[in-house]
Design a protein around this ligand. Structure first.
Ligand code: ATP
Length: 234
């Protein structure tokens, strides 16, 4: 589904991601773990063409999309749900969602909105309210729903658990499990080990911009050298 080869991203003299290779199988949730500043967000942004790559090849469904810009990648079926949700708090939930289908005709936008609101019935009730009135967990669900508005086959998801209570994190876990069960592939940046354990089959551990470890999540978490050094699980 997604293959990333030799991705390198630098911000001036700071090399944030160095030669990262990764692969996400269709219909799975693949984790990207690692400490603060390890390069997780930059990896997602690099895949999605939102930062300039110094090197790297991106293959999506067997097609080389390296030269595609973010807009083309969204059209090809890759959506990003960014860190900190990035909603417009004063805009209605509905208008926030419609931004996820930006560039499509009105009929398509309306059809997708109906689809997404069908999945989250409570959102339909509140669609006219400002997004900022929702709890953090609810806002995260709106951010995920906005990503779904582009009908992605792959969602790049950046720290959905950030700042949420354990109960809200469990709810996000339910939502993501449902999306994955429908066959949507997810590449999940996450520091919440419990959420990773629940959702991901395999994961990559980044450290200082490189892949420090990779494999089945159960194996990675059982390896105390990996979890002590990079995941802060002790
Ligand atoms: P966090 O969990 O804190 O979000 P992360 O693993 O996602 O961390 P990145 O945000 O990808 O890490 O950052 C990797 C490195 O690149 C860090 O040293 C960071 O300071 C640097 N960096 C990220 N974005 C920029 C930028 N726009 N300009 C300069 N340096 C940046």
């Amino acid at each position: 589904m997604l293959t990333v080869e030799d991705l390198t991203v630098a911000f001036g003299p700071t090399v944030a991601v160095r030669g990262v290779d990764l692969h996400a199988e269709p219909g799975t949730v693949t984790g990207i773990l690692g400490a603060n500043g390890a390069g997780k967000t930059t990896t997602l942004l690099g895949v999605h063409g939102r930062v300039r790559r110094r090197s790297g090849r991106i293959l999506f469904d067997g097609r080389d999309v390296t030269g595609d810009d973010t807009r083309a990648l969204v059209r090809a079926g890759i959506a990003l749900c960014p860190e900190n949700r990035r909603l417009f708090p004063n805009m209605s939930i509905e208008d926030n969602l419609l931004l996820g289908a930006y560039g499509h005709g009105r009929r398509t936008q309306r059809a997708r909105l109906a689809d997404v609101l069908g999945r989250f019935a409570w959102l339909r009730e509140r669609a006219g309210e400002p997004a900022g009135r929702l709890s953090g967990g609810q806002q995260q669900i709106v951010a995920i729903a906005r990503a779904l508005m582009s009908h992605p086959r792959l969602v790049l998801l950046d720290e959905p658990s950030s700042g949420l209570s354990p109960v809200a994190v469990d709810e996000i876990g339910d939502v993501l499990a449902g999306i994955a069960a429908d066959g949507t592939t997810i590449l999940l940046v996450e520091q919440n080990v419990r959420l990773v354990q629940r959702l991901c089959s395999t994961a990559y551990v980044l450290a200082h911009g490189r892949v420090a470890a990779q494999g089945p999540v159960s194996t990675l978490l059982a390896d105390s050298a990996v979890s002590d050094a990079y995941l802060g699980t002790t």
